[in-house]
Design a protein around this ligand. Sequence first.
Ligand SMILES: [Zn+2]
Length: 78
Amino acid sequence: MNQTYMCPSCRAKTRFNVIEQVVTPVMWNSNEGEYEAAEETAPFHLAYNGPDKRVQCGSCGLVEDEIRFIKMAENAGR
Ligand SMILES: [Zn+2]
């Protein structure tokens, strides 16, 4: 990992928790009365298009999309 992060809230640059997102599509099954795994390509089911990773600041606990931490570091470096 060679990405530089900076927390948008407290501007810490040292400690982070990187959260890999795992997507499980589910669909309500009214017969069973519970959610069950669904095909990601099922009709009318939007595929997840959010970020692969989220990041938590290890100093203040803020959780945001990884891109916000990367952009913050880039802007601070200028
Ligand atoms: Zn922070």
